[in-house]
Design a protein around this ligand. Structure first.
Ligand SMILES: [Zn+2]
Length: 113
C-alpha cells in the first residue's frame, strides 16, 4: 500500500511540475502551453513557455497533463498581457518589440480554446 501511495504522489508532482518553470532562479508557476500535437491516443507533444523568463520546453505528455496545462493557459496569458502593458507604460520600446515578435512567432494569440 505504501508503494502505491508513493507512486500517486509522484504522479501529482509531475503534473504540477509541467506548470512550474524548470529554471531554479525563476520558479514561475504559470508555465503554459503554446503548441500541442497529438501523437496517438495517449500522447501529446507539447511546447511549453514560461511567461516570466521565456524558457521554452518541448515534452511528450499524456492527455490528462494536456488538460491541466490548458487550465493553466488563461493565467499564463493574463500574466503575459500584464507584462506587455507594463513594458508599454515604462516605454521599454525595445523590450516591447521583442515581446510582440515572440508572441507572433509563438502564435500565442489567439488560441481558440
Ligand atoms: Zn521561468
Amino acid at each position: 500500500m505504501g508503494c502505491l501511495d508513493n507512486i500517486n504522489n509522484l504522479d501529482l508532482t509531475k503534473k504540477s511540475d509541467l506548470q512550474t518553470c524548470p529554471m531554479l532562479w525563476c520558479d514561475s508557476k504559470l508555465v503554459y502551453l503554446v503548441e500541442r500535437y497529438q501523437i496517438n491516443d495517449m500522447e501529446w507533444k507539447v511546447t511549453l513557455l514560461c511567461p516570466d523568463c521565456w524558457t521554452k520546453r518541448e515534452l511528450t505528455v499524456d492527455r490528462e497533463s494536456v488538460r491541466q496545462l490548458l487550465k493553466n493557459n488563461r493565467l499564463g496569458r493574463e500574466k503575459l498581457m500584464k507584462q506587455l502593458d507594463e513594458m508599454q507604460k515604462k516605454n521599454m520600446t525595445d523590450e516591447t518589440d521583442k515581446f510582440i515578435t515572440a508572441l507572433e512567432n509563438d502564435h500565442i494569440l489567439p488560441i481558440d480554446f
